[in-house]
Design a protein around this ligand. Sequence first.
Ligand SMILES: Cc1cc2nc3c(=O)[nH]c(=O)nc-3n(C[C@H](O)[C@H](O)[C@H](O)COP(=O)(O)OP(=O)(O)OC[C@H]3O[C@@H](n4cnc5c(N)ncnc54)[C@H](O)[C@@H]3O)c2cc1C
Length: 164
Amino acid sequence: MSTFKNFARTVRAHPAAINRPRSVTELSQYLQQAAARHQPVRTVGAGHSFTPLVHTDGVLLNLDGFQGIEEVDAFTHEVLFRAGTRLWQVPALLKPFHLALENMGDIDRQSIAGAISTGTHGTGLKFTGLSAAVTGVQIMLADGSHMRASSQENPELFEASRLG
Ligand SMILES: Cc1cc2nc3c(=O)[nH]c(=O)nc-3n(C[C@H](O)[C@H](O)[C@H](O)COP(=O)(O)OP(=O)(O)OC[C@H]3O[C@@H](n4cnc5c(N)ncnc54)[C@H](O)[C@@H]3O)c2cc1C
């Protein structure tokens, strides 16, 4: 049986499976498989949340194999990151494009998706949390299909995604 423990060891779970998709196609396949088996699905980033957000006896998805940059828009400076990218990786990934995050928390081990989803913030009254910098997302739905969301496209889904 698989065991999940969060970073602070305040949460322990025994998921039926821990799947590690490395591509959008694999992610979709795992979701379709879980749906066919009527298994609930949770996604874990770095497991730094103190609360049981990713506690499940169903399927736990770990996106450590899905990291890095997908697209860079040199004109708008918008960058599409894969969800499993860790915050500590972001500066080196952005450097070749002469870009940087405006702010960072004191701990940088979190995944970009986990940090955005929970409203993770750095310090300083004049800076927003990471989720405020998000201009769009690509979301995989429970049936394995995916869609885009931004303030112009599926705006309700966009707001729910950038701060869960
Ligand atoms: C030592 C320590 C220091 C911290 N410092 C700070 C700080 O300075 N500032 C601050 O604001 N917070 C801080 N935190 C809190 C931490 O940043 C948040 O708990 C954050 O969620 C952790 O990101 P994670 O990748 O570990 O996400 P997880 O804890 O693994 O997951 C968090 C949530 O995101 C969801 N999620 C993860 N990946 C995906 C995905 N690919 N798609 C959809 N949903 C997803 C999960 O299902 C879950 O609901 C700290 C925590 C620790 C343990």
